[in-house]
Design a binder for this molecule. Structure first.
Ligand code: GRF
Length: 203
């Protein structure tokens, strides 16, 4: 079986992208990162891709008249690189209908909280401010909502009394780097079954 071709969309530092590229390179996951795309030309994620010899692509949303037009151009890049699964890794834009319709249940995201708690921006800060004793991270399918799609994997981390929001975010990030490649591998192996909004793992 050929390798599943990934397109990773990132807006920032790209540590999750790095964990995916590292897992692919080490053969821990049977995928190829076919391209990396950013809406931000200065994203360090693009630098990481270039270093790994992976096409690093950027389109400025301001150069397009509408979200649909922007996404049609992203879609052309995804198709050009034969992308089968789209992985959002710190991509700071809501995915619209052009990409959702082109990749039904083939767009996934990582969120730094235990969804459905603390959706949206700064999930770690929201959890810390709220005073929860446990938080974590979630890999989920992307739908039209904000962090609302079916949940694939979650990891839980404790919150300690002497934590700062940064130490909590670091503990969560270490888990993100584990579960995102795991979720991708489950999809690459065809092991996930989606029933309603429940995701089952086939044995
Ligand atoms: C991560 O915390 C991820 O959960 C969230 O955005 C952050 C991206 O970090 N969606 P990085 O760019 O992968 O380092």
């Amino acid at each position: 079986m050929g390798k599943l071709r990934l397109g990773v969309l990132a807006s920032g530092r790209g540590s999750n992208l790095q964990s995916i590229m590292d897992a692919a390179k080490a053969g821990r996951i049977n995928v190829e990162v076919a391209m990396v795309f950013s809406d931000n030309k200065d994203a360090f994620a693009l630098e990481r891709a270039r270093k790994a010899g992976i096409p690093a692509l950027h389109l400025n949303p301001r150069d397009f008249g509408s979200k649909d037009e922007y996404e049609q151009n992203i879609l052309a890049l995804l198709h050009e690189h034969g992308v089968q699964l789209v992985c959002l890794a710190g991509y700071m834009r809501i995915i619209g209908k052009v990409l959702l319709e082109a990749y039904p249940n083939m767009i996934i995201n990582i969120h730094p909280a235990l969804l459905p708690a603390f959706a949206g921006l700064h999930g770690q800060q929201q959890a810390w401010d709220y005073g929860v004793k446990f938080s974590g991270c979630t890999v989920h399918f992307v739908d039209e909502g904000m962090d609302t799609g079916p949940i694939i994997i979650q990891a839980v981390v404790p919150v300690y009394d002497d934590d700062t929001v940064d130490s909590l975010a670091d503990r969560i990030l270490a888990q993100e780097h584990k579960i995102y490649p795991q979720a991708i591998e489950l999809i690459a192996e065809g092991k996930l079954k989606l029933v309603g909004r429940k995701v089952y793992t086939k044995q």
